[in-house]
Design a protein around this ligand. Structure first.
Ligand code: AHM
Ligand code: MG
Length: 339
């Protein structure tokens, strides 16, 4: 009997990542351990998000609970959890977070390492009050600076340089999805044993898409090209399968659904909007990691003009239009819609 078919056999995330490390003889183990750190952060964040709905029950007003103790907003708490678990290990040169204006240096008292971690600690956090899924998104790069404290330049790398990226989706179950550049795998948190267990390996975007996801409420501010594309998706001219509309307002949830079932997510620029002429989503913290995963799963991610992963970032919090999902649908968007 093959080992995998034996009763009680499970592949923990630790085992999976460790076995993959064997594929890279030059590996020092730093990336492996960094990925465990992120998985542990995911468990801690999950412990807090699962309590979020209880705050009204146990009495929280403003930023204080019934005991008069300070209560942090969940996205800030998630940010702090990730920093606390990764800044002292000697594996990172620098961090960058959607919650921080500037790069996050490694404190002087700790050694610096060769990797760079960019992340959105809790994306879609406006959904927390409504009990809708949220997610943590991350990307890992090799530093480009020689040594010492990491620099802004280490963070402003093209997504093409990503070494590993993924997300943790806090939904009906907690799922960690990641890729180290050799396919996409998912791990589901078993709450009884507190461990992520392999649930799917080699995830591929199905050829036949089922869904399209966009905030149609903003249509009137989209360019004519994007509006034409949006019409095309549900018109007879689109000779693919009929698409259902699904949009949660949580990027990780929308992306995850479309990767597993096939589909496209788009968030284009909005003409005349003071902050969203380049869309809403952040290149470094949200789009590059998901673009990496999409390509690894056989999909495509475009700005509407070219691959997301080839955009040279110039600022930490740069926004970027996005069309991401099934290659055929994304290519059609690039054909007719400059953002
Ligand atoms: P956030 O980083 O402030 O949480 O915003 C990002 C979220 C994404 O998860 C989601 O796709 C998008 O904002 C939804 O925006 P909108 O409400 O404009 O449709
Ligand atoms: Mg976000």
């Amino acid at each position: 009997m093959a080992q995998q078919n034996m009763p009680g056999y499970v592949t923990t995330i630790e085992r999976f990542i460790l076995e993959r490390q064997g594929l890279h003889p030059e590996a020092t183990g730093d990336l492996t351990t960094l990925l465990y750190d992120i998985a542990l952060a995911g468990k801690l964040i999950q412990a807090h998000t699962s309590q979020a709905g209880l705050t009204e029950v146990i009495g929280v007003t403003g930023t204080t609970n019934v005991h008069g103790e300070a209560v942090q907003k969940l996205d800030l708490l998630a940010d702090q959890i990730i920093i606390n678990l990764t800044d002292h290990t000697g594996r990172l040169a620098v961090l960058g977070s959607e919650e921080s204006e500037e790069i996050i240096p490694i404190p002087d008292k700790y050694p610096t390492g060769k990797y760079v971690l960019l992340y959105d600690p809790l994306d879609g956090s406006s959904n927390i009050d409504h009990n809708v899924s949220v997610g943590t998104i991350f990307a890992i790069y090799r530093r480009v600076s020689e040594e010492g404290p990491g620099t802004l330049e280490d963070c402003l790398q093209k997504g093409r340089n990503i070494v590993a990226a993924g997300y943790i989706l806090f939904g009906t179950s907690t799922i960690l999805v990641y890729s180290d550049g050799h396919g996409v795998s998912s791990f589901t948190l078993d709450p009884q044993i507190g461990e992520f267990l392999l649930s799917k390996s080699n995830i591929r975007v199905p050829d036949k898409p089922k869904y399209y996801s966009a905030n149609l409420g903003y249509q009137r501010r989209w360019s004519e090209g994007v509006q034409r594309y949006n019409d095309w998706l549900t018109s007879k001219e689109n000779d693919g399968p009929n698409l259902s509309l699904r949009y949660t307002g949580s990027l990780v949830a929308d992306f995850h659904r479309n990767m597993l079932s096939g589909g496209i997510f788009y968030y284009p620029g909005e003409m005349g909007h003071p902050k969203k002429t380049q869309g809403k989503l952040r290149l470094l913290y949200e789009l590059n990691p998901l673009a990496f995963l999409s390509e690894q799963a056989g999909g495509t991610a475009s700005t509407g003009r070219g691959p997301i992963l080839d955009v040279q970032p110039t600022e930490l919090h740069q926004r970027c239009p996005v069309f991401i999902g099934n290659t055929r649908l994304v290519k059609q968007a690039v054909g007719i819609s400059p953002t």
